[in-house]
Design a protein around this ligand. Structure first.
Ligand code: PLP
Length: 375
């Protein structure tokens, strides 16, 4: 099997699975209980918070566990906009965000907020001047992702922060770092950062939100004091323990891993010269994601042809793959390319030999599929 769908999710690391098994059996108390079993669980929770915070390069006291990247993004966007509502109603994002961000802004729009959706160029980048022009003194929130989940295009978050704060010094900047965590150094100056466990060898259904000192976020959940009241409800301790260890392991040697993964990506990129009418979607920014359109072949058909060879890829992000009539991000960059797009996404265990095998399979399938799918 060759697994090139790591942006959708990753397999749980064996040591992480062991740690979760141990956690489930040994940490049976509720972290909020006042007795010894509760205290032991609370200590395990705090250790995991330290591990994730260290991997992110932030202070553990500023980190809140959530049920994943989606909830972290919902809370960051809606919770921040609501907290600063009396100061201003302008909030800004861009069009290629993950649906957990875009749909949060749509919700704010329905609540009467003045929402700006910045466009991107053919590389998937926003124009910082355009951002600067849309920020006014009533702007309280700017949310721009770091690594795009469909193309790997990366935004210049430091420039986003500078542009936003120059015009509205108290404005908060949120950055969805779900695809960047444990792959790229995170933008240190963002006020809010979302990460997720299952993109980096941890279990599914766990994530975290970093909130800088001084940033206020209204809770969207009610009924308890866990996570300082921001995310009430008994913690998913086993999942959080797995997340902590996965973050600790996966955050090692980022530069070396990126170099190795780049070899995998470059091997596959050679397809653009080996076959006619193959196009790169988005900039060649993050080595972890490659999105190519094979004109004349539906991405879904190619995906299943490769699957029959034991090769796993994607046509778009997992959360939008099943949504009918939803515009693919690739179409926002180059209209008409979404239908034939194939996303391949890597982890540090993938090898150039695997990439060569996938190239061979694509070189075999695409000319045949093109014959049967008239343009
Ligand atoms: C960029 C980005 N943000 C947010 C999410 C949502 O994370 P989760 O699956 O943990 O809810 C994803 C998952 O695909 C993602 O790629």
């Amino acid at each position: 099997m060759i697994y090139f769908d790591n942006a959708s999710t990753t397999a749980v690391l064996p040591d992480v699975a062991q740690e979760m098994y141990r956690g489930m059996l040994e940490y049976t108390g509720n972290p909020s209980s006042l007795h010894e079993l509760g205290f032991k669980s609370e200590q395990a929770l705090n250790k995991s918070r330290e591990q994730v915070a260290r991997a992110m390069g932030v202070n553990a006291k500023n980190l809140y566990f959530t049920s994943g990247g989606t909830e972290a993004n919902n809370t960051a966007v809606i919770g921040t906009a609501l907290a600063y509502k009396s100061r201003g109603m302008r909030v800004i994002t861009q069009v290629t965000e993950h649906p957990s961000v875009t749909d949060s802004f749509r919700h704010l729009e329905a609540l009467g907020f003045d929402v700006v959706y910045l466009p991107v160029d053919a590389n998937g980048h926003i124009d910082i001047e355009e951002l600067s022009d849309s920020v006014n003194e009533k702007t309280t929130l700017v949310s721009v992702m770091y690594v795009n989940n469909e193309t790997g295009a990366m935004q210049d978050i430091d420039a986003v922060i500078r542009a936003a704060k120059a015009k509205s010094p108290n404005c908060k900047v949120h950055c969805d770092c779900v695809q960047a965590f444990c792959k790229h150094k995170l933008p240190a100056k963002a006020d809010l950062i979302s990460v997720s466990s299952h993109k980096t060898g941890g279990p599914k259904g766990v994530g975290a939100l970093y909130i800088a000192d001084g940033a206020r976020v209204e809770s969207l959940h009610f009924g308890g004091s866990q996570e300082k009241g921001l995310r009430p409800g008994t913690e998913n301790l086993t999942g959080i323990m797995g997340f902590g260890l996965a973050a600790q392991i996966s955050s090692q040697d980022l530069e070396q891993k990126a170099e190795n993964v780049l070899k995998v990506k470059n091997t596959l990129l050679s397809l653009t010269s080996l076959l006619p009418d193959v196009y790169l979607n988005g900039a060649l920014d993050s080595p972890y994601i490659l999105n190519l359109s094979f004109t004349g072949v539906r991405g879904e058909v190619l995906l299943h042809a490769l699957e029959a060879d034991g090769i796993y890829t994607a046509t778009s992000s997992a959360c939008s793959a099943r949504l009918k009539n939803k515009l693919k991000i690739v179409d926002l960059l180059n209209e008409g390319r979404g239908e034939s797009a194939l996303r391949m996404s890597f982890n540090s265990q993938n090898t150039p030999e695997e990439a060569e095998a996938v190239c061979k399979a694509i070189l075999k399938h695409v000319p045949i599929l093109r014959k049967f799918q008239p343009r």
